[in-house]
Design a binder for this molecule. Structure first.
Ligand code: BES
Ligand code: MN
Ligand code: ZN
Length: 468
């Protein structure tokens, strides 16, 4: 199913109206319904409870109207809530009316809810279609949904079918679709130029060799925006092996890469006037006699020596070499996304990824866009004194702190050391997964932060503002 088939042009005739009703408005709304409709609602105990719906049938035996409850309190009301209907209603075309808080986001929520991961299991039934709300940009909503679907597909695909080579193929497919240029650094050049990416990926099977994907798109003179995504196709923890509960979800450890490719898809579809670069270090953090060890010391691309305190802190190592490369051409904006720490989830839970930046203006703007897009993010500090937690006796820096404190901040401080010349750097520590389904957010792989980031990039660079 394509998003375009689920979000019909606003003028499509004969759509069944879906009347959204906040519970406090129910009595008043019920009086305005026809007597038969009001009795049907009464008989079935419909009182506009949150998420309840009622399909009313007309004299001709066809659906005449849907009642949809939004519940009591505004606070508990997700703007994606009406989207729940896309998988509940029978096939057909519907339009939303009534107490809809935000028609644009409700339509987006509809499409995001309609997603199913169908690669290994036949989906049950087809999603219902929605009329694009009046005066909303249909192409834009479709583009966002398709990007989110792409990220989810990549994350949900198990590691057996989403190795470094498969991730490379996904990037190549995207590049081909948008006529972007792409090269893959692998083998000797990777060993020589990106010692930490090569080291982390060293224990992987031959057909799952480590690589760095480097995609470019756009005009040379435009503002340089570079996106980096953590592409750990499976994270066993390495020799510091994870317990089974901690390893179970680790196919999602390429969630940063999936999100970055999805964000790039939006940027290129919208043809934003930027010079875009996407870097994805793609590896397996595997276990073999070749594996890197606790206590090993490696000299990174940037020249900093790094002691391995923990082989399970592999994401920051591969990001660091990619960040160092990105930094060399002094991008205007450098963004990295990574499923970097369990600590981020402990601090903020799975729905609210933290981000880090030194740029106050960007931080404020990103928070605003996150709110406007219903794509929540929360700023955490690059608390400089915690740098001491990364001290190493024998190297410039350790990759992990043994304190166990402030894990997400410490990881952010680690990656920050490899960025010096980029004008602005934003780091996101995402979870990339929805553990319990909510409206517009089905169980499984999830896009996080990319709709907010797209809005930020479009606002800032979308019309060629002067370079800073
Ligand atoms: N991929 C994990 C982080 C992760 C774990 C994200 C669970 C989301 C859910 C990362 O590579 C990792 O293992 N981090 C360690 C770092 C520690 C060894 C310093 C962690 O968070 O425990
Ligand atoms: Mn790890
Ligand atoms: Zn990891």
């Amino acid at each position: 199913m394509t998003a375009a088939k689920l979000l019909l042009p606003a003028k499509t005739p004969a759509a069944v109206p879906v009347l959204c009703i906040a519970a406090p408005n129910w009595a008043q709304t019920a009086r305005a319904l026809g007597p038969v409709e009001a009795m049907a609602a009464e008989a079935q105990g419909f009182k506009a409870q949150s998420g309840r719906f009622l399909l009313l049938i007309g004299k001709d035996g066809k659906p005449s109207r849907v009642l949809f409850g939004l519940g009591e309190s505004k606070a508990s009301n997700d703007v994606f809530l009406p989207g729940k209907l896309s998988r509940l209603l029978p096939r057909g075309a519907y339009r939303l009316e009534g107490d809809v808080a935000d028609h644009r986001l409700a339509a987006l929520g509809w499409l995001l809810e309609a997603y199913v991961f169908a690669r290994y299991k036949k989906p049950q039934g087809e999603a219902a279609a929605l009329l694009c709300p009046q005066n909303e940009d249909r192409d834009h909503i479709i583009m966002q949904a398709e990007a989110v679907w792409l990220a989810r597909d990549l994350i949900n695909t198990p590691a057996c079918d989403m190795g470094p080579g498969d991730l490379e193929q996904a990037a190549r497919d995207l590049a081909a679709r948008h006529k972007a240029k792409m090269r893959t650094i692998i083998g000797k050049p990777l060993d020589a130029g990106f010692p930490m990416i090569a080291m982390v990926g060293r224990a992987a099977a031959e057909e799952r060799r480590a690589r760095l994907l480097d995609m470019r798109w756009g005009k040379a003179g435009d503002p340089k925006v570079t996106l980096i995504g953590k592409g750990v196709c499976f994270d066993t923890g390495g020799l510091d092996i994870k317990p089974s509960a901690g390893m179970l979800l680790m196919k999602k450890d390429m969630g940063g890469a999936a999100n970055v490719l999805a964000l790039a898809d939006m940027i290129m579809t919208a043809r934003l006037p930027i010079r875009l670069r996407i870097l994805v270090p793609a590896v397996d953090n595997a276990i073999s006699a070749e594996a890197f060890r606790p206590g090993d010391i490696v000299t990174s691309r940037k020249g900093l020596s790094v002691e391995i305190g923990n082989t399970d802190a592999e994401g920051r190592l591969i990001l660091a070499d990619a960040l160092a490369l990105a930094d060399e051409e002094e991008p205007d904006l450098l963004i990295d996304l990574a499923t970097l720490t369990g600590a981020a989830r402990v601090a903020l839970g799975p729905d609210l990824p933290p981000f880090y930046t030194d740029d106050e203006e960007m931080a404020e703007a990103l928070l605003r866009h996150a709110g406007e897009e219903n794509d929540p993010l929360w700023r955490l500090p690059l608390w400089a004194s915690y740098d001491r937690l990364l001290e190493s006796k024998f190297a410039d820096v350790n990759n992990a702190s043994d304190s166990g404190f402030a894990g997400s901040i410490v990881a952010a401080l680690f990656v920050k050391r490899f960025v010096e010349r980029a004008r602005i750097h934003i780091h996101l520590d995402i979870f990339g997964w929805t553990p319990v389904a909510r409206p517009g957010r089905p169980f499984g792989g999830e896009a996080q932060g990319i709709r907010a980031l797209f809005a930020l990039i479009r606002k800032r660079y979308g019309s060629h503002p002067p370079r800073r």
